[in-house]
Design a protein around this ligand. Structure first.
Ligand code: EPZ
Length: 428
């Protein structure tokens, strides 16, 4: 299996291009199942998770082709997705277990075909992650649902009907699934306590281009007036705020000075404000965001993860790596997932001083980290180890880097271009 080798201690300088958001591209791709016309998505990142979803959509009958050149500030590739005929409404276990976001085909298939059979994704490294809110929401829209042999079996032979759905907790995926389903339901749906993440707004914008009638996306109350049919459209995926935040912290942890091209401040405002408190400057430029360490060592600050616009859980591990090298203590509290501290023992092997008490981790900054062989069990935990490696003295080998390939496009190339001593070691 491939590994990444890092020899730490080099400040990052230069520029890094930020790609389209993985977590926006995935639901946008499933939206292609809502119409028999072509949905063209631009700025789609080239990532393993995107390929996994492509396989699932093709299995449902979609054709996916790469299309022409993109504009200068778009990265990744442009995909034309066409689901003229849906040949299967089953999302099988073998594909869904690889990536939980596969459950996002439930809403589109049910709304378009009147039925869907989607494997339950099961737990994963960061928590149990149930999909009960997706299921209850579809039932509110009139679907009959049974859980049988590990599958969600959903039927709505006469179509879905609009309803008021109050989410007991904020869920990005459930909001997305219901946005898509309600777009083709009869009448009005109101989502209350909806997720407000930029990826939700991006999906709603694209659905509206396809003919949907959605208002309020980005607020906790979203109103969807169902339409009979959706049509083709073209849409460019919003920049990746988690990739942006990760490189902000990479620059900060190495004491570097980097411009993140295509990054948007409004997508990472909570992160930028936290970093400012720690002694890192992130300022808007004409082409993106420039980040540099103001002076000297970073200061420890407290952070609590929250749904958007709060500090994202997907940057918690990276923030912990950063705080490991700060002066003083930092309390990091995870409120979204119950088991998202797997990076702690690995960071400790690199010399970090971290104690976990329930949902909080007390990080006492150390003067320096030491390189070590490490591995992690999820995407963001893995990248936090890369950040630690960039700052550490000596050599770090990061194992199981397929996690990184799920969510970071050309990570080692981007970092190496800014002066990091980092390379991928292939085992062929
Ligand atoms: C999305 O996952 C992201 N994935 C995650 O990114 C991200 O960490 C998460 O939102 C939170 O921001 C994609 O967008 C593809 P949720 P999602 O439903 O939609 C509980 C990454 O690293 N819950 O908002 O699955 C759930 O267990 C990934 O890129 C229920 O109880 O997250 C969690 O505690 C990892 N029942 C909380 O809600 C449900 O039916 C928030 O989950 C649904 C969720």
């Amino acid at each position: 299996m491939d590994q990444i080798r890092i020899r730490g201690g080099k400040p990052l300088t230069g520029s890094i291009a930020i790609g389209g958001a993985k977590n926006a591209a995935l639901p946008l791709m499933t939206a292609a199942l809502l119409t028999d016309e072509t949905l063209t998505l631009r700025n789609v990142p080239v990532l393993a998770d995107i390929t996994t979803l492509e396989h699932l959509l093709v299995q449902h009958g979609a054709t996916i082709t790469m299309v022409g050149a993109q504009s200068a500030n778009e990265r990744g590739h442009a995909l034309a997705l066409n689901a003229k005929r849906v040949v299967s409404t089953t999302a099988p276990y073998d594909l869904v277990r690889k990536m939980r976001a596969s459950v996002l085909v439930l809403g589109p298939l049910l709304a378009r075909c009147g039925e869907a059979r989607v494997s339950l994704p099961g737990g994963c490294a960061i928590g149990t992650r149930p999909v009960d809110l997706h299921v209850k929401g579809m039932e509110k829209l009139g679907a009959k649902i049974e859980l049988r042999q590990g599958y969600i079996e959903a039927q709505a032979p006469h179509g879905l009907r609009g309803a008021e759905i109050v989410f007991p907790m904020v869920s990005v995926g459930a909001t997305e699934n219901l946005l898509m389903a309600a777009s083709l339901a009869e009448g009005e749906t109101v989502l209350i306590n909806a997720a407000r993440e930029p990826e939700i707004v991006d999906l709603a914008v694209c659905l509206n281009k396809m003919g949907a009638q959605i208002s309020g996306a980005g607020n906790e109350r979203i109103v969807i007036t169902g339409v009979k049919k959706l049509h083709g459209a073209e849409h460019s995926v919003v920049p990746d705020r988690i990739e942006t935040g990760t490189y902000l912290m990479a620059a900060a942890i190495t004491g570097g000075d980097v411009e993140l091209l295509g990054a948007r401040y409004d997508l990472v405002a909570a992160v930028a404000k936290s970093l400012e408190g720690a002694g890192v400057e992130a300022i808007e430029t004409a082409t993106g965001l420039r980040v540099r360490r103001s002076n000297g060592r970073l200061t420890g600050i407290d952070v609590m993860t929250e749904p958007f616009p709060g500090f994202p859980t997907d940057l918690q591990a990276q923030m912990m790596a950063l705080m490991s090298t700060a002066e003083g203590a930092s309390m990091i509290t995870e409120t979204i997932f119950e088991n998202r501290f797997m990076h702690v023992p690995e960071l400790c092997r690199m010399g970090a001083n971290i104690n976990v008490h329930g949902a909080s981790a007390m990080v006492r900054g150390v003067a320096h980290l030491n390189g070590a062989p490490v591995m992690a069990t999820d995407l963001r935990a893995s990248v936090s180890l890369v950040l630690a490696g960039l700052a550490a003295e000596g050599e770090t080998i990061v194992n199981r880097i397929y996690h990184l390939d799920r969510g970071y496009e050309r990570l080692e190339e981007k970092l190496a271009a800014c002066g990091a001593d980092i390379e991928r070691l292939s085992d062929e």
